[in-house]
Design a protein around this ligand. Sequence first.
Ligand SMILES: O=P(O)(O)OP(=O)(O)OP(=O)(O)OC[C@H]1O[C@@H](n2cnc3c(O)ncnc32)[C@H](O)[C@@H]1O
Ligand SMILES: [Mg+2]
Length: 201
Amino acid sequence: MARRFEGGRLVVASHNAGKVREINELLAPFGVEAVSAGALGLPEPEETEDTFVGNAVLKAKAAATAANLPALSDDSGLAVVALKGAPGIYSARWAGPGKDFKVAMERVHREMAAGGNSDRRAHFVCALCLAWPDGHTEVFEGKVNGELVWPPRGSRGFGYDPMFVPGGYDVTFGEMEPEKKHAMSHRARAFAQLVEACFER
Ligand SMILES: O=P(O)(O)OP(=O)(O)OP(=O)(O)OC[C@H]1O[C@@H](n2cnc3c(O)ncnc32)[C@H](O)[C@@H]1O
Ligand SMILES: [Mg+2]
């Protein structure tokens, strides 16, 4: 049995504004008092693990310990089939110190073109970790398959959204209404499991 979140304040252990916005939207129906790591002045830990789950656990534990509150982290990224799963856990790092996702998307496009492989398939992965100050953790993973397009389209969402068309759709995550993304994204799928295990009565 998973440990349940018993209410009160919850730290959203992310320094990515786009993610924090999405997590707050996903948490909204549950009456959780969410406070972001940035608002608490928590440091951004170095992501030293080599898996999404490993980095999610590292970030949630660091925030839960520092804030002495339960903390929810998200480690996510884009895995491109023709690039053997890259950028993967390095998705944020491909944007460089300026966190410029135009740069990151251009690198994906350039490396795909250079590889000469016409396979456009990719998927987003999201690992969520809920950690408590005593070190207990619960972890959930979600995935969404899709295809990459060039040039990027749309200004909604964040990160690689403008170049990702989820399977069964013809718009990118950058063009899609947020409510639609929340019904089927990697983050929404991990979230549904989190809610079932730790939030719903
Ligand atoms: O670690 P935190 O502080 O949460 O923020 P971050 O941006 O560094 O987050 P990650 O380490 O998990 O890196 C994941 C990157 O993958 C990208 N990404 C994740 N989910 C995405 C989504 O739903 N749409 C577009 N890009 C996404 C996004 O650009 C992120 O910067
Ligand atoms: Mg990060």
